[in-house]
Design a protein around this ligand. Structure first.
Ligand SMILES: O=C1CCCN[C@@H]1CCCn1cnc2ccccc2c1=O
Length: 510
């Protein structure tokens, strides 16, 4: 199967599966919930790694690697909040035919792997701050239906774990990392996100505060968490006894201080979000910044009446253009396969999301120009060969910028300010997110989830396939809407009528 047959608008989940497979980004694997990350997608992940590694190196974070196995005892040391996650933990119980004396968990995240060693390595305040990160895969044996890149039983991610003397240093870093996450989405993937803090119900239970970048899939009207950066406070340092003596203490009385910790993670879910937002009914659309092939050069216009000499001149022109572009750092390739027509090649590279195509034929050689075709909006433009490099550099940056601008417009126009409850569910059903003055009470969030599920089923639009799930809070945006302002003690929560504290983004989500 070559092209995409499902429509993004009317059969999104089938469309998405076809795009990720037929663009050669991913393949299904023998084990349910597991997928093969193929080179086109892995190149995107590598661009993210390079950008993020440079960013955290500048923050003084060093990369390392911890074992993937966690003993039962270690894992259960944080049992208070882990019981919610316990069903997802995969265990190794045998080696060959021999049962292991102690079953070993495969890390679902590495707090319990790392923090016993934080306790060992951090003794004095001079050992602080400790800032480490690891790139690895984690396993979470989820039973909800898997989705390529978005929900997989093993996924690639980075997890950062840091320890500080004070809360201020820790929280400053939490926000610095969140900025890097936003930049990865906006500057590399051309995906707009909203930065904010999670509600008490939605935050990581082991921490004090979870900050997040939230994205949105217009085609389904659902929000999606893009990456999280947690301020853990002293919860884990009390659990694992990570202490330093108080530097301000006297020589006799030196109280022990539990360190202030952070942890932050971003996964290959980023790739799925990029596909969902930019893809169209012809297939993948890659932002040039993360495209392994940015320009594909295709010979055309050669018919049976052309001579072998004509053919050779066109082929040489393609190779010359390719070499000139490579020389200025543009990732260009030529498709000189002689067993496919130009039209076949155009579709082949469109489904694979190559941002720019150059068509070169005998007429172009006469005019000393080539025809460029953009993948994102199919705009065509003739490019003079003597201005090739500068024109294409500008064109690739324009494509990158336009993709973000279009995606941000699609996001912004589907975030609706909702000031009265009657508009809440209809807004969700119109594939939008709601921004509401909210009291931030957990029981109110539970009521919103219940009411937005029940009402949705009552006046359920028949076009919804699965029973429409309730709304959850996605985040309390750092950038709060100013109009109308929330007047403390006066503005009421849209759902429960208590005093509203801040605006909150609510919606259906992945
Ligand atoms: O988000 C992050 C960022 C990276 C480091 N870890 C934190 C928190 C992970 C929360 N979590 C998520 N799934 C789990 C699944 C099984 C066991 C434990 C967990 C678990 O603790």
């Amino acid at each position: 199967k070559l092209g995409i047959e499902a429509s993004k608008e009317t059969d999104f989940s089938k469309w998405y599966q076809q795009v990720v497979v037929r663009s050669d980004m991913l393949d299904y694997y023998d084990v349910s919930g597991c997928y093969i990350v193929r080179p086109t997608a892995y190149f995107v992940w590598q661009q993210i790694q390079e950008f993020f590694d440079a960013g955290i190196r500048a923050l003084g974070v060093r990369n390392c690697y911890f074992p993937m196995f966690v003993s039962q005892r270690a894992l259960e040391q944080e049992k208070d909040h882990i019981e919610g996650f316990a069903p997802e933990v995969a265990w190794v119980t045998k080696a060959g035919t021999t049962d292991l004396a102690v079953p070993l968990a495969i890390r679902p995240t590495s707090e319990t792997v790392m923090y016993p060693y934080f306790a060992k390595w951090i003794r004095s305040h001079r050992d602080l701050p400790l800032k480490i990160n690891q790139w690895c895969s984690v396993v979470r044996w989820e039973f909800k239906n898997p989705q390529p890149f978005l929900r997989t039983r093993e996924f690639l991610w980075q997890e950062g774990h840091c320890a500080y003397m004070t809360k201020d240093e820790a929280y400053t870093e939490v926000l610095d990392i969140l900025t890097l996450y936003r930049r990865i989405y906006e500057e590399l993937l051309a995906v707009p996100v909203i930065e904010g803090v999670k509600s008490e119900k939605e935050k990581f239970a082991g921490g004090v505060a979870t900050t997040t970048v939230e994205s949105f899939i217009p085609a389904t009207g659902r929000g999606i968490q893009g990456g999280t950066s947690h301020y853990l406070g002293q919860n884990f340092s009390k659990m694992f006894d990570v202490v330093v003596e108080d530097p301000e203490g006297t020589s006799t009385d030196r109280p022990k201080i539990h360190v202030h910790q952070t942890s932050w993670g971003l996964s290959t879910r980023t790739i799925g979000v990029m596909v969902m937002i930019h893809g169209d009914d012809k297939g993948l659309v890659l932002p040039p910044r993360v495209a392994e092939t940015q320009v594909i050069i295709v010979p055309c216009g050669l018919t049976s009446k052309h001579t072998d000499e004509d053919r050779r001149r066109v082929t040489d022109a393609c190779l010359t253009v390719e070499a000139r572009l490579k020389k200025v750092g543009i990732r260009a390739d030529s498709d000189l396969r002689d067993n496919y027509t130009p039209g076949f090649k155009y579709s082949h590279w469109e489904v694979r999301g190559v941002p720019l195509r150059l068509e070169i034929g005998p007429k172009d050689l006469e005019k000393q120009s080539v025809l460029s075709v953009r993948r994102d909006n199919f705009a065509k433009a003739s490019v003079a060969l003597d201005k090739l490099e500068s024109t294409l550099e500008i064109l690739l940056h324009t494509i990158q910028d336009d993709m973000l601008i279009r995606a941000r417009k699609a996001f912004d126009e589907r975030v609706k300010l909702v000031l009265k409850w009657d508009d809440f569910v209809p807004t969700l059903n119109s594939k939008c997110l709601t921004m509401i003055p909210w009291c931030e009470r957990e029981e109110c969030e539970d009521q919103i989830k219940a009411r937005s599920t029940r009402d949705a089923i009552n006046d359920e639009a028949e076009d919804e396939k699965e029973p429409s799930m309730g709304a959850k809070s996605l985040c309390l945006p750092h950038n709060q809407p100013q109009d109308p302002p929330i007047i403390p003690g006066q503005t009421k929560c849209v759902q429960c009528g208590h005093n509203a504290k801040r605006y909150a983004l609510f919606g259906r989500s992945y």
